[in-house]
Write a protein that binds this ligand. Sequence first.
Ligand SMILES: [Zn+2]
Length: 168
Amino acid sequence: MSERASPPGGLALVQALVNTLDIETGRDALDTPEGRAPFGLTEDGAESARALRESLRATLLAHAGHPPHRAVTPLGELLARAPLVVTVDPADGSAALAPVDDGPLLSRIAAAVAEAVTAGTWARLKACEAADCHWAYYDRSPAGRGRWCSMQVCGARAKMRRYRAKGA
Ligand SMILES: [Zn+2]
Protein backbone atom coordinates (compact mmCIF):
# COMPACT_ATOMS: atom_id res chain seq x y z
CA MET A 1 0.00 0.00 0.00
CA SER A 2 1.04 3.53 -0.61
CA GLU A 3 0.21 6.84 0.93
CA ARG A 4 1.33 8.83 -2.09
CA ALA A 5 -0.69 11.73 -3.43
CA SER A 6 -3.77 11.00 -5.52
CA PRO A 7 -3.41 10.68 -9.27
CA PRO A 8 -4.66 13.57 -11.41
CA GLY A 9 -8.33 14.12 -12.33
CA GLY A 10 -10.75 11.24 -12.60
CA LEU A 11 -7.96 8.70 -12.16
CA ALA A 12 -8.41 9.18 -8.42
CA LEU A 13 -11.77 7.42 -8.75
CA VAL A 14 -10.24 4.55 -10.74
CA GLN A 15 -7.44 4.17 -8.21
CA ALA A 16 -9.86 4.31 -5.28
CA LEU A 17 -12.04 1.57 -6.78
CA VAL A 18 -9.13 -0.76 -7.56
CA ASN A 19 -7.78 -0.25 -4.06
CA THR A 20 -11.02 -1.26 -2.31
CA LEU A 21 -9.57 -4.77 -2.16
CA ASP A 22 -6.58 -5.57 0.01
CA ILE A 23 -5.27 -8.69 -1.73
CA GLU A 24 -2.94 -9.63 1.10
CA THR A 25 -5.68 -9.77 3.77
CA GLY A 26 -8.67 -10.34 1.49
CA ARG A 27 -10.42 -7.36 3.06
CA ASP A 28 -12.91 -5.90 0.59
CA ALA A 29 -14.31 -2.43 1.32
CA LEU A 30 -17.19 -3.13 -1.07
CA ASP A 31 -18.48 -5.66 1.49
CA THR A 32 -19.61 -2.82 3.77
CA PRO A 33 -22.08 0.05 3.27
CA GLU A 34 -19.39 2.56 4.39
CA GLY A 35 -16.97 1.18 1.80
CA ARG A 36 -19.57 1.30 -0.98
CA ALA A 37 -20.83 4.81 -0.18
CA PRO A 38 -18.00 6.76 -1.89
CA PHE A 39 -18.86 4.97 -5.14
CA GLY A 40 -22.63 5.47 -4.83
CA LEU A 41 -23.06 1.69 -4.73
CA THR A 42 -25.69 -0.41 -3.05
CA GLU A 43 -25.26 -4.07 -2.20
CA ASP A 44 -26.93 -4.91 -5.53
CA GLY A 45 -24.26 -3.05 -7.46
CA ALA A 46 -21.31 -4.46 -5.54
CA GLU A 47 -20.88 -7.60 -7.62
CA SER A 48 -20.60 -5.79 -10.96
CA ALA A 49 -18.34 -3.21 -9.29
CA ARG A 50 -16.03 -6.05 -8.22
CA ALA A 51 -15.92 -7.36 -11.79
CA LEU A 52 -15.14 -3.84 -13.03
CA ARG A 53 -12.46 -3.49 -10.36
CA GLU A 54 -10.63 -6.65 -11.43
CA SER A 55 -10.88 -5.75 -15.13
CA LEU A 56 -9.34 -2.39 -14.25
CA ARG A 57 -6.61 -4.09 -12.22
CA ALA A 58 -5.75 -6.36 -15.17
CA THR A 59 -5.52 -3.28 -17.40
CA LEU A 60 -3.30 -1.43 -14.91
CA LEU A 61 -1.05 -4.50 -14.78
CA ALA A 62 -0.88 -4.40 -18.59
CA HIS A 63 0.26 -0.76 -18.34
CA ALA A 64 3.29 -2.06 -16.46
CA GLY A 65 3.86 -4.91 -18.94
CA HIS A 66 2.40 -7.69 -16.79
CA PRO A 67 -0.13 -10.41 -17.68
CA PRO A 68 -3.55 -10.36 -15.98
CA HIS A 69 -3.60 -11.54 -12.35
CA ARG A 70 -6.59 -13.78 -13.19
CA ALA A 71 -9.23 -14.26 -15.88
CA VAL A 72 -11.32 -11.10 -16.20
CA THR A 73 -13.91 -9.65 -18.57
CA PRO A 74 -11.97 -7.39 -20.95
CA LEU A 75 -12.26 -3.81 -19.69
CA GLY A 76 -13.33 -2.54 -23.11
CA GLU A 77 -16.26 -4.94 -23.08
CA LEU A 78 -17.49 -3.53 -19.76
CA LEU A 79 -16.93 0.10 -20.69
CA ALA A 80 -18.80 -0.37 -23.97
CA ARG A 81 -21.96 -0.61 -21.84
CA ALA A 82 -21.39 2.80 -20.27
CA PRO A 83 -23.56 5.60 -21.63
CA LEU A 84 -21.43 8.69 -22.26
CA VAL A 85 -22.28 11.97 -23.92
CA VAL A 86 -20.14 14.73 -25.39
CA THR A 87 -20.63 17.90 -23.38
CA VAL A 88 -19.60 21.30 -24.72
CA ASP A 89 -19.05 24.35 -22.56
CA PRO A 90 -20.71 27.30 -24.35
CA ALA A 91 -18.39 29.77 -22.64
CA ASP A 92 -15.13 28.53 -24.16
CA GLY A 93 -16.19 25.71 -26.49
CA SER A 94 -14.25 23.09 -24.58
CA ALA A 95 -15.69 19.59 -24.92
CA ALA A 96 -15.50 16.45 -22.84
CA LEU A 97 -16.95 12.97 -22.57
CA ALA A 98 -19.26 12.84 -19.57
CA PRO A 99 -21.51 10.25 -17.93
CA VAL A 100 -25.21 10.53 -18.74
CA ASP A 101 -27.11 12.10 -15.81
CA ASP A 102 -24.12 11.98 -13.49
CA GLY A 103 -24.40 8.24 -14.26
CA PRO A 104 -23.63 5.03 -12.51
CA LEU A 105 -20.13 4.02 -11.45
CA LEU A 106 -19.41 2.29 -14.77
CA SER A 107 -20.08 5.52 -16.70
CA ARG A 108 -18.05 7.62 -14.32
CA ILE A 109 -15.13 5.21 -14.71
CA ALA A 110 -15.51 5.27 -18.50
CA ALA A 111 -15.49 9.09 -18.47
CA ALA A 112 -12.43 9.07 -16.20
CA VAL A 113 -10.58 6.76 -18.61
CA ALA A 114 -11.50 8.97 -21.60
CA GLU A 115 -10.37 12.08 -19.71
CA ALA A 116 -7.07 10.43 -18.75
CA VAL A 117 -6.43 9.33 -22.34
CA THR A 118 -6.89 12.93 -23.47
CA ALA A 119 -4.62 14.18 -20.70
CA GLY A 120 -2.00 11.55 -21.53
CA THR A 121 -2.08 10.13 -18.00
CA TRP A 122 -3.93 6.81 -18.51
CA ALA A 123 -0.86 4.62 -19.07
CA ARG A 124 0.75 5.96 -15.90
CA LEU A 125 -1.92 4.46 -13.69
CA LYS A 126 -0.48 1.02 -12.98
CA ALA A 127 -0.88 -1.93 -10.67
CA CYS A 128 2.02 -2.90 -8.42
CA GLU A 129 3.83 -5.98 -9.72
CA ALA A 130 3.99 -7.67 -6.30
CA ALA A 131 1.50 -10.56 -6.46
CA ASP A 132 0.34 -10.06 -2.87
CA CYS A 133 -0.24 -6.35 -3.52
CA HIS A 134 -1.35 -5.37 -7.08
CA TRP A 135 -2.27 -2.01 -5.58
CA ALA A 136 -3.14 0.73 -8.07
CA TYR A 137 -0.69 3.63 -8.06
CA TYR A 138 0.17 6.57 -10.25
CA ASP A 139 3.66 6.25 -11.68
CA ARG A 140 5.35 9.62 -11.25
CA SER A 141 8.84 8.40 -12.16
CA PRO A 142 10.39 10.56 -14.91
CA ALA A 143 10.74 7.65 -17.37
CA GLY A 144 7.42 6.06 -16.45
CA ARG A 145 9.05 2.74 -15.59
CA GLY A 146 7.95 2.40 -11.97
CA ARG A 147 7.19 -1.16 -10.88
CA TRP A 148 5.91 -0.95 -7.35
CA CYS A 149 3.25 1.00 -5.50
CA SER A 150 5.91 1.94 -2.99
CA MET A 151 9.66 1.54 -3.27
CA GLN A 152 9.80 1.44 0.54
CA VAL A 153 7.32 -1.42 0.88
CA CYS A 154 6.93 -3.63 -2.21
CA GLY A 155 10.16 -2.57 -3.91
CA ALA A 156 12.14 -3.30 -0.77
CA ARG A 157 10.45 -6.67 -0.32
CA ALA A 158 11.19 -7.68 -3.91
CA LYS A 159 14.84 -6.72 -3.48
CA MET A 160 14.98 -8.71 -0.26
CA ARG A 161 13.57 -11.80 -2.00
CA ARG A 162 16.10 -11.52 -4.82
CA TYR A 163 18.86 -11.13 -2.27
CA ARG A 164 17.76 -14.30 -0.46
CA ALA A 165 17.34 -16.21 -3.75
CA LYS A 166 20.99 -15.54 -4.56
CA GLY A 167 21.81 -17.38 -1.33
CA ALA A 168 23.67 -14.42 0.07
ZN1 LIG B 1 2.77 -2.90 -3.94
